[in-house]
Ligand binder design. Structure first.
Ligand SMILES: C[S@@+](CC[C@H](N)C(=O)[O-])C[C@H]1O[C@@H](n2cnc3c(N)ncnc32)[C@H](O)[C@@H]1O
Length: 272
């Protein structure tokens, strides 16, 4: 079954160590220890089809860091809604934002029980700021917005970060409408940061190979999208320079090493 055929499965992700989970495979690809044999085997099966996946994971994490630094720094954002948090690792959103502005408030959201189990590491806020964790599915925007409002002031700008999560939402669940609901809830001057698997950044053969692995090993389904589909998530925003590019090309730090080519589109937009 491909994602496009998948029915909506909104709700908590069951804890199942016999199937690979996106959060735990990503942890493995980043060199973490919070993963099981099925996750390692799953990641290795993906790597066989697409050896660039390890670079892609690192480049994605680095993009998240640069995007949050930009948002807390140049853009002056002090409130973050980070959906699809992942297992805590080096450089979590609140650590990056609070290093620039200690008063930053960060609400994390993820639906994976393993991320929930590690949530304490995300609740280590600076005294001047605050962090909160919401155990919710991205598709349940009502719950997310209601609970996030306990910490975030939605009359002031908020940065919504959806980094490497939207390709886990099948077309059947209308990811564009989900993003629109979130961005409708925040005022002009708010930001949206996205990275997303690019169907047009892979050869057809690799794309088909990855879909085959997903069907075999993963508890989740993935829908890569092309540049135009990713651009549509940014309707109603002005894209920050350099627009939509591969994640490693988004405002790279001078002299950044670790050269490679990822298969992820990345961009940041400011709500008009
Ligand atoms: C690849 S990780 C990305 C982590 C982090 N954003 C980063 O870029 O470093 C994607 C995360 O999205 C979460 N996720 C996927 N689908 C989700 C959904 N429908 N609702 C909430 N979280 C979801 C996964 O559990 C995983 O932790």
């Amino acid at each position: 079954m491909t994602t496009d055929e998948a029915a909506s499965t909104a709700g908590p992700l069951p804890f199942d160590t016999s199937k690979a989970h996106q959060a735990r495979m990503y942890d493995y690809l980043l060199g973490g220890k919070d993963n099981y044999a099925a996750d390692r085997d799953g990641a290795e099966a993906y790597l066989k089809v697409y050896p660039g996946l390890a670079f892609t994971a690192r480049a994605n994490r680095a993009f998240l860091g640069r995007a949050v630094r930009y948002l807390a720094g140049d853009a002056g954002i002090r409130q973050f809604l980070d959906i699809g948090t992942g297992i805590p690792t080096a450089g979590n959103t609140h650590q990056i934002a609070q290093a620039i502005a200690p008063e930053s408030r960060v609400v994390y959201v993820d639906y994976d029980p393993v991320v929930l189990a590690h949530a304490r590491a995300l609740l280590t806020s600076s005294e001047a700021g605050a962090t909160e964790y919401i155990d919710s599915d991205l598709r349940d925007t009502g719950t997310i917005l209601t609970q996030a409002a306990e910490l975030l002031d939605f009359t002031k700008p908020v940065a919504v970060t959806l980094v490497a999560i939207l390709h886990a939402i099948p077309d059947a669940d209308d990811p564009h409408a989900i993003v629109a609901r979130l961005m409708d809830a925040v005022p002009p001057g708010s930001y949206l940061a996205i990275s997303h698997g690019g169907s047009d950044l892979l050869t057809e053969e690799t794309h088909a190979g990855l879909q085959g692995v997903t069907g075999r090993v993963s508890q989740q389904q993935f829908t890569n999208r092309n540049r135009e589909q990713v651009e549509r998530f940014f309707d109603g925003t002005d894209l920050v320079e350099p627009g939509i590019v591969r994640v490693e090309e988004w405002r790279p730090e001078p002299g950044a090493g670790d050269a490679g080519t990822s298969a992820l589109w990345g961009a940041v937009g400011c709500k008009r």
